[in-house]
Ligand binder design. Structure first.
Ligand SMILES: Cc1cc2nc3c(=O)[nH]c(=O)nc-3n(C[C@H](O)[C@H](O)[C@H](O)COP(=O)(O)O)c2cc1C
Length: 171
């Protein structure tokens, strides 16, 4: 499968089979996040792997988009480690770095036959509180993942694309 075929095949999986994700596959997903590019290669990302029913329930209590997934990757960054752009005071790379890491992991999950959904609709402070994260760590995204349920299918939004002319401009 080419990269473009993989990218087109992926969709947000929001319904999961009752099947354990093998540690070997989880390791590969985490490795994909490990090798992701980050500003200055500072690697501020922190990934919390949530598998226990107890902690998944804690997350579900503060975010309605965990979909009963067997694994939830909580993608964070350490604000003391990200790159600060001195040419643009206030710009910090953590969110961008974490987004690239999350994308790598999401696509690796797809390649391994797993499904995932990027989740951003939560109060990051509540997630941090539920997981008792250190003060310097910011939650950027969550990635519930697992084997897709047999009936998992993309939402209509998946195939609604703006015309390329609205998005790309040769200047
Ligand atoms: C930054 C970001 C935040 C998102 N947050 C959520 C979310 O909180 N809940 C959810 O169900 N999907 C969420 N999604 C998934 C998008 O709705 C989905 O990617 C989009 O509709 C395209 O569909 P597809 O992923 O199936 O191609 C998020 C995606 C991104 C990139």
């Amino acid at each position: 499968m080419t990269f473009l075929e993989l990218a087109k095949k992926r969709f947000s999986v929001r319904s999961f089979a009752d099947k354990t994700v093998e540690q070997e596959k989880l390791d590969m997903i985490l490795e994909a996040g490990h090798v992701a590019p980050t500003a200055c290669n500072f690697q501020p990302q922190r990934i919390y792997v949530v598998q226990s029913a107890e902690v998944r329930e804690k997350l579900a209590a503060v975010c309605r988009f965990t979909f009963g997934a067997p694994v939830i990757l909580v993608v964070c960054y350490d604000r003391t480690r990200d790159w600060k752009n001195k040419l643009m005071p206030g710009y910090e790379s953590g969110e961008t770095d974490a987004a690239i890491v999350c994308t790598h992991m999401m696509l690796e999950a797809e390649e391994l036959g797993l499904g995932a959904c990027w989740v951003g609709y939560f109060d990051a402070a509540k997630i941090a509180e539920a997981l008792e994260l250190p003060e310097n760590v910011t939650v950027s995204a969550m990635l519930p993942l697992g084997y897709p349920a047999e009936d998992a299918k993309p939402l209509p939004l998946h195939s609604q694309f703006r015309d390329a002319s609205e998005i790309v401009e040769y200047i």
